[in-house]
Ligand binder design. Structure first.
Ligand code: ZN
Length: 485
């Protein structure tokens, strides 16, 4: 188990054996005597053994008794019975505990919008994600890219709680208020180079022109970085999915789109009028499959936004306890969602199309898309908890539970080119795990019971993280929000 000298280590420290404690104290004394500021992120020689319960392998739909998972320096070193090791910490599980790979949410916004100002939340959202078993996120368009980059560094150093962050850097396209539609190829290459150098996890375009998207994709691929986009219908110099795929895009968000959408109107308006049985969709699906493009389905956000009464939206915890008292009041004032408007129609069409896409062999990733919008409401359902809703919607659409779990784990890793590191429980991969009560292949809702999350060998208690997030999501007051500007 990896031990870090930070606020995170207090609970770990209590659990260490006496010899290790003495070693740590001696080390801290030496470290505190050094002249320069030294915040080490070292790994102790201590191993972690996860003992008992079951291991779930979504990709093979197997659930096997856990022989022991041995974690060394944050990696899964072996999955086999481990003879007693004096130096190891043992995490003993209950008989009904099930160990799964940590979830990967590839459209996990940290952003919140209120009174026309948009910011990224690094206080409550990352804790809510991690507590719910999400060990890796792609932030899908940062509105404060510098802040998110700094936060990612803090998480990596063990100084802040959160999943592994694949930051996106700024939006490419007019979704970024600083975007200049006149950017040349040289401008776009320069921005891509700059963020590639700073270790961005992927790029996201939204409301971008075809020529700019092409430059983004070419340069990102030069750095081996993936690109995704919120595309449109071709209306008003926007890009359709089939065009973006021909440029080499890696993922597409929200809509299969393509030439099935009329380019005379905005995608939302076009989608509302579509017939899911239109043979044009079969062609689009084939284009996705032939080009190995992943689809970030973002089903649930359309359901939540339009006040769907699908079972996935039933309440199992009161998520509003995570809102600040001020933000909670804002929610009380929102009007009832329009259950028969455009968004409700789009949600209905998406549910019909996703099963077709899956049946034909289309690749899907888990993507929630839950910014906290407070100038209008997307529904009182928030980050972290939403991954369980998204999985349930995919299962209700007819995708087998094991495949839904693969979508939420290994597919996300593949889509980001990280499947050699994360996405499944195998020796050699980094220990990103979640532990739940019950078998999710029998009942997808069991994922809601996540109680322990392992990230790089560190053990996180979900209840502890959630307690820290309580009352912290959203602005504290009008004045405070405006003042922080
Ligand atoms: Zn989004």
């Amino acid at each position: 188990m990896s031990i870090r000298f930070s606020s995170l280590t207090k609970k770990h420290f209590r659990n260490l054996n006496k010899m290790t404690k003495q070693y740590l104290i001696a080390f801290l004394l030496i470290a505190s005597c050094t002249v320069f500021l030294f915040i080490p992120s070292i790994s102790s020689a201590q191993n972690l053994i996860i003992r008992g319960g079951w291991i779930v392998h979504p990709e093979s739909a197997e659930v096997i008794p856990n022989p022991d998972i041995l974690i060394q320096n944050g990696d899964i070193a072996a999955i086999q019975r481990t003879t007693f090791d004096d130096d190891a910490k043992i995490l003993a599980l209950d008989p009904n505990d099930h160990i799964l790979p940590g979830l990967i949410d590839l459209h996990a916004h940290l952003k919140m919008e209120y009174r026309g100002i948009t910011r990224d939340d690094t206080t409550a959202t990352p804790k809510m994600l991690l507590a719910n078993g999400v060990t890796t996120i792609f932030t899908a368009g940062d509105v404060e890219p510098e802040k998110v980059l700094q936060f990612k560094k803090n998480v990596n150093a063990g100084n802040s709680y959160g999943p592994r962050i694949l930051n996106s850097g700024p939006y490419f396209g007019r979704a970024n208020p600083d975007w200049n539609p006149e950017y040349t190829r040289g401008d776009i290459y320069r921005i891509v180079d700059e963020w590639a150098e700073r270790g961005v996890g992927g790029f996201k375009a939204k409301t971008i022109s075809p020529v700019n998207l092409k430059h983004l994709i070419d340069r990102a691929h030069h750095h081996n970085i993936t690109v995704t986009a919120h595309l449109n219908s071709g209306w008003n110099n926007t890009v359709r999915s089939d065009e973006a795929i021909s440029m080499g895009i890696d993922r597409v968000e929200h809509f299969l789109g393509g030439s099935a959408l009329p380019d005379s109107v905005h995608a939302y308006d076009g989608l509302e009028q579509l017939d899911p049985d239109d043979p044009e969709f079969d062609k689009i699906i084939d284009i996705f499959i032939e080009n190995d493009v992943f689809f970030s389905a973002t089903m649930g956000t359309f359901g939540a936004w339009s006040g769907s009464s699908d079972p996935a939206f039933e309440k199992w915890v009161d998520e509003t306890v995570y809102l600040t008292p001020f933000t909670k009041q804002l929610f009380e004032k929102f009007e009832e969602p329009d259950t028969e408007g455009t968004i409700a129609a789009v949600y209905g069409i998406k549910k019909e199309l996703i099963k077709d896409y899956y049946d034909r062999g289309g690749m899907i990733v888990l993507a929630t898309d839950r910014p906290l919008y407070l100038d209008s409401s997307l529904g009182p359902h928030f980050n972290g908890f939403f991954v369980h809703r998204e999985m349930e919607i995919l299962a209700d659409a007819g995708i087998p539970n094991a495949d839904v779990l693969t979508i939420a784990t290994l597919n996300g890793a593949r889509a980001m080119g990280l499947d050699h590191q994360i996405g499944s429980i195998e020796p050699g991969k980094i220990a990103y795990l979640m532990i739940i009560d019950g078998n999710p292949i029998e009942d997808i809702r069991r994922t809601r019971t996540v109680h322990t999350v392992i990230k790089e060998g560190n053990i996180f208690n979900s209840g502890y993280l959630l307690n820290l997030a309580e009352g912290k999501l959203g602005p504290q007051s009008d004045e405070k929000w405006m003042e922080d500007k």
